[in-house]
Design a protein around this ligand. Sequence first.
Ligand code: T5A
Length: 222
Amino acid sequence: MRGRFITFEGGEGAGKSTQVRLLAQRLRARGLEVVTTREPGGSPGAEAIRHILLSGAAKPLGPYAEAILFAAARDDHVRSVIEPALAQGQWVLCDRFADSTRVYQGVLGDVDPRVINALERIAVGPARPDLTVILDVPPEIGLARAALRRGREAPDRFEAETLEAHARLRAAYRAIAEREPERCVLVDAAGDPEHVAEAVWAHVAERFALTTPGRQRAVAAL
Ligand code: T5A
């Protein structure tokens, strides 16, 4: 049976990596095979492109070139990591995916939606997420978390955008969640990580009909 594909999306410091890790632990504890990965990156070719994008080296080329580079990285990642894992029945949890291009390059970079859609068709193909968890947090909170973790290092290409830009990103993610409720769930990510993880789990368990161990025991006792 084909595996399950879950993507995590949201602004800077929303807690995507943290929630990918916590959900992977939970699924593995149930005996499921889980692959965790991220974008941009996740495969050797895509990781090389990640450096070009996040260092800001591609910024002078403009948002269209950046969108094409994100798509090139995704194409390699999908074909060499995501598709093979799904074909083997594994669960794939990915920190950012195609919605990031829609939002950062499409909305913030003003790249024509027809171009974004065409790139998505080429790079994603049939590897569409079964579920996308959009972690929603005010940009002030997310950026403060990211800055705390970064310490003295300089912010990357996208973190360095204005607060107003980050507010637009948040609104764009919320709009996707509203437009595609069959694929997306919006989770309030302002609370502590364990609290957010419980909300994420509730959605995952419902979407994939996974019962919690407590409930399994209760059912077995009937
Ligand atoms: N991008 C990406 C595009 O423009 N287009 C695309 O198509 C794609 C795929 C990637 C950048 O590339 C852009 C978007 C991004 O700007 P990145 O370095 O991979 O950059 O970084 P991000 O994906 O933005 O992720 P971050 O590392 O900023 O944040 P996360 O993963 O959302 O958050 P996380 O879990 O690492 O947590 C950040 C800090 O906060 C703490 C953690 O311990 C950590 O210190 N934390 C919490 N603190 C309090 N409460 C919580 N609930 C917390 N959750 C985590």
